[in-house]
Design a protein around this ligand. Structure first.
Ligand SMILES: [Zn+2]
Ligand SMILES: [Zn+2]
Length: 67
């Protein structure tokens, strides 16, 4: 089974969240995902960076470069 790579569109871009704080559930989900910390390097996942769900730990994410 392969783990799909995820990549968050940057704020203000076509598929990204609003640049300002907004009440849209979709934007808030995106912001929350970007603020999630990589299990390996401890930095935020951020936008426009490939990352994957850590298969070893439910809910955890790691940068593709850190796995
Ligand atoms: Zn929004
Ligand atoms: Zn990392």
């Amino acid at each position: 089974m392969t783990t799909p790579t995820m990549n968050l569109a940057p704020p203000g871009s076509r598929y990204g969240p609003c640049q300002t704080d907004c009440p849209h559930p979709r934007c808030q989900r995106s912001r929350r995902a970007a603020a999630t910390v990589c299990l390996r390097c401890g930095l935020q996942i951020g936008y426009d960076v490939n990352h994957i769900a850590d298969p070893a730990q439910a809910g955890a994410v790691v940068h593709s470069a850190c796995q």
